[in-house]
Design a protein around this ligand. Structure first.
Ligand SMILES: *[C@@H]1O[C@H](CO)[C@@H](O)[C@H](O)[C@H]1NC(C)=O
Ligand SMILES: *[C@@H]1O[C@H](CO)[C@@H](O)[C@H](O)[C@H]1NC(C)=O
Ligand SMILES: *[C@@H]1O[C@H](CO)[C@@H](O)[C@H](O)[C@H]1NC(C)=O
Length: 261
């Protein structure tokens, strides 16, 4: 009985000190592979959550209704509402970050990626549009409860490989998006880790990849998804690929944090 009370007290103290420290907020944005399709086949998620993506009391998620709940996959189920969501990179990223530096808990994940049934182009993420507004609104709501935004994880571009105008404008639009977001959040050097696509829905993959890999902005890092295993649909990252990507994003995140700017 006494042991039980002691444990309860310890837990409560840990919880109180964790919440008084405020959350370390991570924004997740982009299209389907950030939203997560790992384990989804025939519009059904297999429900399998790998060890690296398991829920953790120090990882929370902002719901569509702007409340915090314990995070678990599919992180985007109430945001990317027109498709079946599965495992994305968010949970393995957060678990890896806490493994490397437990002082970064509690982590508050803010899912904002939308793939939908057809994907989203970067032109749909322009200032004033629905997706951009939702991202900024959710980021501000997350911060208003205490805490600070640690980083943005961005993974998108596959839908910009079909049309030449989209592909050619990708580099400019990506820089605009990062600059707009930093300005609107009042955080000019907000760390951003983004992903270079491995393949895409069209033939202009190399144009978009080049734009992503050559984007040189302060406190921005790019990790390369080329070669990560895809699902049988040949379109989406598998669960194990998402776990690897989460780890790559975490490494790049620490790389940015440790960089003397
Ligand atoms: C998915 O649907 C196809 C066609 O209906 C079927 O052949 C296949 O076995 C299904 N796969 C799973 C995992 O249910
Ligand atoms: C879902 O589909 C509806 C109807 O087409 C659309 O109005 C809405 O914007 C979509 N939402 C998302 C998040 O894709
Ligand atoms: C998901 O990511 C992989 C690797 O970058 C890419 O080959 C694929 O086209 C993406 N799928 C979609 C639907 O964006």
């Amino acid at each position: 009985m006494l042991a039980f009370l002691c444990i309860l007290l310890l837990r409560l103290t840990a919880y109180a000190s964790a919440s008084s420290r405020g959350k370390h907020i991570i924004l997740l944005a982009g299209q389907s592979n950030m939203s997560g399709r790992g384990g989804v086949q025939n519009n059904t998620w297999d429900g399998l959550v790998p060890l690296q993506s398991q829920p953790n009391p120090s990882i929370l998620r902002l719901t569509a209704a702007l409340t915090w709940v314990k995070a678990r996959d599919p992180l985007h189920k109430d945001i990317d509402v027109n498709v079946t969501c599965g495992v994305g990179p968010g949970m393995s990223f957060a678990n890896r970050v806490l493994e490397i530096d437990p002082r970064l808990g509690p982590i508050g994940l803010v899912p904002c990626a939308v793939g939908g049934p057809r994907g989203t182009k970067i032109s749909e993420w322009g200032k004033g549009g629905f997706l951009y507004n939702q991202l900024v609104t959710r980021a501000k709501a997350a911060r208003s409860g205490g805490g600070s935004i640690l980083a943005v994880l961005w993974y998108q571009g596959e839908s910009d490989t079909v049309n030449e105008v989209d592909a050619k404008n990708y580099k400019r639009r990506l820089a605009n998006l990062f600059n707009n977001l930093r300005a609107d959040l009042g955080s000019p050097l907000l760390p951003i880790v983004h992903v270079a696509i491995g393949s895409g829905q069209g033939s202009l993959v190399e144009t978009v990849r080049k734009a992503q890999l050559e984007t040189k902005l302060r406190k921005v890092r790019c990790v390369d998804a080329k070669g990560l295993p895809l699902l049988a649909d040949n379109l989406h990252l598998s669960t194990s690929a998402q776990v690897r990507l989460g780890g790559m994003l975490a490494d790049a995140f620490f790389n940015l944090r440790n960089q003397v700017s």
